[in-house]
Design a protein around this ligand. Structure first.
Ligand code: ADP
Ligand code: MG
Ligand code: MG
Length: 255
């Protein structure tokens, strides 16, 4: 049983002018075995939350904490975060020319597991995981993220979940830009990952459609840099029919 606890998190983004406060006191606790959806209108600060936890240098934590079983995540290096069992898709480099996917994944696995997986087993594991995700075999030899389509990047995220099996995963808009078939493959991957019942997921999304495939235990509405309401899956159903108007006072353009 592990706990990821976000407490009164304030984050400013460093812009060319003065730093601008985006997160205004976020409180959220995710326990292993739970899937939490964070839903909110565009610009409400959802990605800022993910970047801040990933330690992105543009996002400055001005107060509050993020603790994994009482250990301060914000003081860990990116590598330590991974070893602690925290998976943040965006902590990984955007593009790494010259480094093949299979080498990249093997070194990530080495870092998380504390020892290098045996090559023969590893090749099998990767093959299996790729076939689960309908990823064509040639993918393993391509450079990390180089020329990946949006859908390929998302599959790559799920491939990492499959292989690294982190204790906690923060997935930001894993559903966006996917066609119906890809959405199903990616959702199935997330469900496979949570199936053992010991993983914690923070699923960040603007749209409700992914929640037809991944059923969250808890739903949080995010507006103007904080959680403004929390509930069960029924809250997502309400958002599906009524949108975010009740929480923002603003009508959002239809997506
Ligand atoms: P969401 O993911 O909910 O759409 P974001 O966290 O991306 O929201 O953005 C929240 C606010 O912070 C927006 O007003 C956005 O313009 C601003 N912001 C986020 N990142 C940056 C950045 N790197 N530079 C300048 N402004 C940013
Ligand atoms: Mg956005
Ligand atoms: Mg975003």
């Amino acid at each position: 049983m592990a706990t990821l606890e976000i407490k009164d998190l304030h984050v400013s983004v460093l812009t060319d002018d003065a730093p601008k406060e985006i997160l205004k006191g976020v409180n959220l606790t995710v326990r292993s075995g739970e899937t939490h959806a964070i839903m909110g209108p565009n610009g409400s600060g959802k990605s800022t939350l993910a970047y801040a936890i990933a330690g992105h240098p543009k996002y400055q934590v001005t107060s509050g904490s993020v603790q994994l079983d009482g250990e301060e995540v914000l003081e860990m290096s990116v590598d330590e975060r991974a070893r602690a069992g925290l998976f943040l898709a965006m902590q990984y480099p955007v593009e790494v020319p010259g480094v093949s996917m299979s080498n990249f994944l093997r070194s990530a696995a080495t870092s998380v597991r504390g020892e290098a997986p045996q090559v023969r087993h590893w090749v099998k594991e990767v093959k299996q995981a790729m076939s689960n995700l309908d990823i064509e075999p040639g993918f393993a030899e391509r450079s990390v993220n180089e020329g990946f389509s949006g859908g390929e990047k998302k599959r790559h995220e799920i491939l990492q979940l499959d292989l690294l099996k982190p204790r906690f995963a923060i997935l930001d808009e894993t559903d966006s830009g996917l066609d119906v078939d890809a959405l199903r493959v990616v959702s199935d991957g997330v469900n496979r990952y949570t199936e053992p019942g010991d993983k914690g997921v923070l699923l960040i999304t603007h749209y409700t459609r992914v929640l037809n495939h991944i059923r969250p235990d808890h739903v949080h509405v995010f507006a103007d840099g904080r959680v403004v309401e929390s509930g069960g899956p029924e809250l997502a159903d309400e958002l599906e029919s009524s949108g975010y108007v009740r929480f923002t006072g603003k009508k959002e353009a239809a997506a």
